[in-house]
Design a protein around this ligand. Structure first.
Ligand code: SAM
Ligand code: SF4
Length: 547
């Protein structure tokens, strides 16, 4: 799923700060649309554009302001080392000191100092969860700060979709080992919290809160317990039927708002941890979704991105509730809303009514992220994806039959257990047939609890890397050709970034293409303007504002 202000393609947006580690972290390579032309140039940013990767987002209250005048902005360092000599407090002695009920005399407590720092790893749903967590904290009188150093309460909102993503948080937690007198209260949220549970206290005894993604509704209670002096608090249920709704959400992006309409996942793809970490599917009522959209429109947001692991599996819990397509149309009709996106769609639940809605309502963006995972029916069956190659291609044909051209992007996993050269060839031929506008490709990563764990991990990492490169190369060729065909066309662009170079801006089209363009105007951020494409690269277009 899609990241952000400086974020990626299908995300298409969540606010991410730059991180060198992010590039190393993700084994995805995007054949999607980050810019090569100035504004979002670095490979790091390319990876950040993928919402499902492990690249971290540091939620910075000042980020938007900085981004708006992005000259010379360098992202905050999450941890500025103190001068205190580093002890190894992961030693057995120290572990037992902190373990048990956690009532060790040196375990920091919250006290009156109400500052927090939150760093997010993973998909837009995690980015948005962090926005809601920040809202809960702000509502309790906390102040958000930009560095770990400045914070009393430090939260990591984690991702465990691939192993590298999960490791990332332990590397962050390991930093505190070097600073035994950090005096901070540390919390681990999200999918790693859910997956590892109280084991996190074993591995990092300085952690005080572990709360899984399915238990965020308990966060106010857990915070109250911490404030009351409790030293170890957990929220790890996955059997909840609640969704995470908050009175206040502190959104990172001033123009584009995320809104989760369905949490959890009831599919059981054999490789995927999400059903274990996020629990069963729970949809929000359409009335509650619409109420929030109206508030967002009132607050000046013009683009809404509806989120869900399988967003189109949405089931309105109200009697005679809306279908997903009806919800899309209703959200798009809210005065002030100019664009509605949604991600991620599952092919099985993707029907004609969604295409018809996009066709008839201009505010519904002409972009669908429809992950295929493999072009081989044999592998799809082993992945328990519930469709064949042919059935998937029928969905693509349905989308291509729309009156409006609709951009389609996808996710692919290479190196699934037992994948043969022939299976890879079928994935390549599916790329040719589907003609995607962007693909996020990943090397298979065995995950705890998943069915595919029993299948072993038969493809060596080096071979997975080779297959990944082949898939990316083929997709890059497709994108070069597709983007070249767009040169000369005019796009309506929502401007969401300014280049360091004067007169250079970046924005996204309804089809989620990144356009880097020149304009003699200033103060374009947040505006919808017409841009003519004058050049193309695999991941973006260049252009000029039509005056
Ligand atoms: N719900 C979405 C769907 O059904 O397509 C995908 C959500 S998942 C968070 C995002 C992507 O991560 C998946 O589409 C898949 O390509 C990738 N992914 C999930 N589990 C993986 C694993 N064990 N190894 C490698 N990639 C994985
Ligand atoms: Fe994971 Fe499959 Fe659910 Fe997507 S549909 S979140 S890949 S289990």
């Amino acid at each position: 799923m899609p990241p952000s202000f400086d974020v990626r393609l299908d995300d298409l947006t969540g606010a991410r700060a730059e991180s060198r580690e992010a590039a190393q972290d993700s084994d995805s390579i995007l054949a999607g649309p980050p810019s090569e032309l100035g504004v979002n140039k670095s490979p790091t940013r390319q990876n950040q554009r993928y919402g499902d990767d492990a690249s971290p987002t540091r939620h910075s209250p000042a980020k938007v302001a900085r981004r708006a005048g992005s000259q010379g902005y360098s992202p905050p360092q999450p941890w500025a080392p103190t001068t205190k000599a580093a002890g190894d407090d992961a030693s057995p002695a120290r572990q037992s000191q902190h373990h048990g009920d956690g009532a060790c005399s040196t375990h920091p407590v919250l006290g009156d100092e109400r500052t927090f720092y939150i760093e997010t790893f993973g998909c837009q749903m995690n980015v948005h969860d962090s926005e809601k967590v920040a809202g809960v904290l702000l509502g309790r009188g906390y102040q958000q700060v930009e560095t770990v150093d400045a914070a009393k309460l430090v939260f990591y909102n984690t991702c465990s979709i691939r192993e590298k993503a999960a490791q990332k948080v332990f590397s962050r937690l390991g930093e505190f080992r070097k600073h035994p007198d950090h005096g901070k209260v540390i919390g681990v949220l999200g999918c790693v919290a859910q997956q590892e549970g109280e084991e996190i206290f074993e591995r990092a005894p300085w952690v005080s809160l572990v709360c899984g993604s399915a238990s965020y509704s308990k966060l106010p209670t857990l915070l109250a317990q911490l404030e009351a002096g409790n030293r170890r608090v957990t929220g790890l249920d996955t059997d909840t039927d609640e969704t995470f709704e908050t009175e206040m959400t502190r959104r990172d992006n001033p123009f584009r708002a995320y809104l989760t309409i369905i949490e959890g996942c009831d599919k059981s793809c054999s490789y995927c941890v999400v059903p274990y970490t996020r629990g069963p599917e729970r949809s929000r009522s359409s009335a509650s979704v619409l109420e929030e959209v109206r508030k967002l429109a009132g607050a000046g947001y013009s683009e809404i991105q509806l989120l869900g692991q399988t967003v189109n599996s949405y089931r309105d819990p109200a009697p005679r509730g809306k279908t997903f397509a009806e919800l899309l149309v209703t959200v798009a009709a809210v005065p002030g809303i100019r664009r509605v996106r949604f991600t991620t769609s599952h092919p099985r639940d993707f029907g004609r009514d969604i295409v018809e809605a996009i066709d008839s309502v201009p505010a519904l963006c002409d972009h669908v992220h429809l992950p295929v995972q493999s072009g081989s029916t044999r592998v799809l069956r082993a992945m328990q994806r519930t469709y064949t190659r042919e059935e998937y291609l029928d969905k693509i044909a349905l989308i291509r039959s729309a009156r409006r051209p609709i951009s389609v992007t996808s996710d692919i996993i290479v190196g699934f257990p037992g994948e043969t050269e022939r299976d890879v060839a079928e994935t390549l031929s599916l790329l040719d047939a589907a003609q995607y506008d962007g693909v996020f490709a990943f090397q298979y990563s065995p995950r705890p609890n998943t069915a595919s764990l029993q299948m072993g991990d038969s493809i060596p990492e080096e071979e997975k890397g080779r297959r990944l490169a082949i898939v990316q190369d083929r997709q890059r060729e497709i994108q070069v050709a597709r983007n070249n065909e767009l040169v000369g066309q005019t796009f309506e662009v929502l401007v969401d970034g300014a280049s360091r170079r004067p007169g250079q801006w970046t924005g996204r089209s309804s089809s989620n293409r990144i356009l880097n363009f020149s304009s003699p105007h200033s103060d374009l951020l947040g505006q919808y303007i017409q841009v003519r494409a004058t050049g193309a690269s695999p991941n973006s277009l260049v252009g000029e504002q039509i005056i």
